[in-house]
Design a protein around this ligand. Structure first.
Ligand SMILES: CC(C)(COP(=O)(O)OP(=O)(O)OC[C@H]1O[C@@H](n2cnc3c(N)ncnc32)[C@H](O)[C@@H]1OP(=O)(O)O)[C@@H](O)C(=O)NCCC(=O)NCCS
Length: 214
């Protein structure tokens, strides 16, 4: 059993708490993770979150000398990147719901990823570090997802897509096959991406068009 702390005590952080409970229920060990609590700079220390509490802010982790694992339950890719660099001495396991369809024979996956219930990830796919695949997403064959990407619920990525580093894809968006999404792009909820998108853009709509560059 490994001690673990969730970084981010917002709605998604609470969902990741539930996910850790489910992993423990399905684990062949007695209990895979011992959840110590949450860390969040924006929520008062000792605030109750379900049966756990906020242990403090990021400083708590900087000054903590006890060995434990962390999970970054934060959707914003650039905040994830910043925290991963700051907290690089911790262990970041992959937190994957037991009913996710993902066969490690066909999919490579880095570290610090969160893959939520109902997602389907098929074959010859490479997923980097600190990637979030939220509820009920699909990722098709021969796709590459680089580090720090975040996919919100019900995102569909077709085959042979390359999603460069730190891309955020809003809920329900779809990306058709053989496209490339540039680094740091943001894709709006419900978008249908039918052409490759440049880096640093925010793109929305059907078909998705860049509306600004960040
Ligand atoms: C795309 C997005 C990131 C843009 O946010 P923003 O940079 O703050 O932009 P704004 O809200 O100022 O919107 C800019 C324009 O785009 C439009 N727009 C925003 N999101 C849109 C979307 N998903 N689809 C179509 N148009 C959208 C706005 O209506 C606005 O249009 P206007 O200039 O004519 O008024 C955001 O709207 C979005 O879709 N986020 C995803 C949220 C999500 O999936 N959350 C999941 C949580 S689990």
């Amino acid at each position: 059993m490994e001690d673990i702390i969730i970084v981010g005590a917002g709605g998604f952080g609470r969902e990741v708490g539930m996910l850790i409970d489910v992993i423990n229920q399905y684990s062949s060990e007695k209990k895979k993770y011992n959840l110590l609590g949450f860390v969040d700079d924006g929520i008062k220390q000792h605030t109750k979150i379900h049966e756990h509490e906020v242990l403090g802010g990021i400083d708590y982790l900087m000054n903590n000398d006890k060995k434990c694992a962390l999970v970054l339950a934060i959707g914003n890719p650039s905040i994830k990147r910043e925290l991963a660099a700051k907290l690089k001495n911790y262990h970041f396991p992959n937190i994957i719901h037991p009913n996710v369809s993902l066969n490690k024979k066909y999919v490579t996956i880095g570290t610090g990823c969160i893959i939520c219930e109902g997602s389907i990830i098929t074959c010859d796919i490479a997923i980097g570090d600190f990637v979030i695949v939220n509820l009920a997403c699909t990722i098709g064959h021969d796709t590459v997802i680089e580090d720090f990407c975040s996919f919100m619920p019900a995102v569909n990525i077709s085959g042979e897509v390359t999603v460069k580093e730190a891309v955020y894809i809003g809920t329900g968006a779809k990306v058709i096959n053989q496209l490339e999404i540039g680094k740091n792009a943001i894709i709006g909820a419900g978008a249908v991406v039918s052409k490759s998108l440049p880096e640093n853009c925010t793109a929305v709509g059907i078909p998705a068009k860049p509306i600004k560059f960040n």
